[in-house]
Design a protein. Structure first.
Length: 62
């Protein structure tokens, strides 16, 4: 086969592989919602003692 034909086949194979990968990624989809089963810390539910402890820890780091 000529160099041109090999390059054409290689280019087509690479384009096909890229199309398959991009099709699997679904870039138009919205990002998934955070899992409600593992919520982050709620600042309103932190006890005053814990706030004081965290502030003291932060002050000792500075």
């Amino acid at each position: 086969m000529t160099k041109f034909t090999k390059a054409l086949l290689f280019s087509a194979a690479a384009a096909g592989a890229a199309a398959l990968v991009l099709n699997q990624l679904d870039l138009d989809a919205a990002p998934p919602e955070p899992d409600p089963g593992f919520p982050g810390p709620n600042p309103d539910d932190i006890a005053e003692e814990d706030v004081e402890m965290m502030l003291n820890e932060l002050a000792s780091q500075l």
